[in-house]
Design a protein around this ligand. Sequence first.
Ligand code: ADP
Ligand code: MG
Length: 414
Amino acid sequence: MDGRDLFKQFLKPKSIFNNREVLRSSYMPDELPHREKEIEKVASILAAALKGETPSNVFIYGKTGTGKTCVTKYVGNQLVKTGKEMSSPVEFIYINCEVVDTQYRVLTHIANQFIRKWDERVPFTGWPTDEVYAKLMDCIDKFGGAVTITLDEIDKLVLKSGDDVLYNLSRMNSDLKIAKTSIIGISNDLRFTELLDPRVKSSLGEEEIIFPSYNAEEIMDILIKRGALAFREGSVSQEVIPLISALAAQEHGDARKALDLFRISGEIAERENSPMVEEKHVYSAMNKIESDRISEVVRTLPTQSKIILFSIIEGGEIKRGSLTTGEVYEIYQKLCTYVHVGALTERRVTELISELDMLGIIEARVISFGKYGRTKEIKVTTQEKEILSALEKDSTMSELMNLTLEQQTKLDLF
Ligand code: ADP
Ligand code: MG
């Protein structure tokens, strides 16, 4: 080794990560602790495919981050693997309906899976839906085996495009000559099937599996397994995983949130050149996640709500405290005049204030003045800096925010 390099290895800060990708939700773990029962249930249903039979259709429910997607993909991968070993023709198709959200896209997406396999080119653009459906039937029959189609976030598809597509998919078996299909629908929304046509509902809900939320100990096991792959040995302090697990368990045991918090805590520790992830990094990560959320919510608010929000901040600064609904409305009206936006009624503004409260951007506490009625005490949350910088990205708002002192006095907010 060159003498000059001898010290370099000690000077370069070592990353605390081995592989941070392991903590992303796109990563497919080899093991899924605490989902053994669910894995077995899905596998027992899909096993029919390997015997040349038609598996039942399944509906999978559960809150976000309970492992619905990873369990289904895991079983699907195993199914295809076993199918190959047994020379039994099975195919597993996964569709994320948040992206593939119309009947047309779903049908062409499935057809393309086969067409790609055969290296053919079929330009579907402009084809009527029934022709795409007919082509799809050809493709599946040409394949000739058992095809399981997973529609993840299926409620998004139905909300956007209605349940025709599910009706058509559920009657495929009667149009197929050789091959067989089955459908797995996945949703976070327990009441989703109430929206469906009864025929579709009974056909697709032949089997139902509910994924329970994880508790703190289960989240802990998940984090220990993933953490061991993601971080270098000895670079996670002992309290970190129990802390993240406890926090995630409070939020209905969402494993995705727990993993995000773990990854971001690690990234913050790394940025600070800390040799270890510690509790303080978890708290910073929580703040960062919350301010990112607030920025995103504020950015996507309609202009009227942005003006109301800014009125609350401005008024709060002038008054050095919380405002009543009436005070917010007064400032709001003046600001609207200034940017030539038509002011809404006080009643509507009160509704929008409640919405901002529900989004967690402001706090509105109802107080009562005895016989004089009730009003609200309104103030922004602690994330005022993030709110202001998100507001400033809107051109109407930046105009308002850049009012000179003189103009502000002219506006005479109080
Ligand atoms: P859902 O689809 O129910 O919202 P996901 O399957 O996307 O949840 O899981 C969210 C994240 O948590 C993913 O990164 C996934 O790998 C991980 N995860 C969920 N359950 C487990 C488990 N039992 N073991 C390991 N990782 C899990
Ligand atoms: Mg999912």
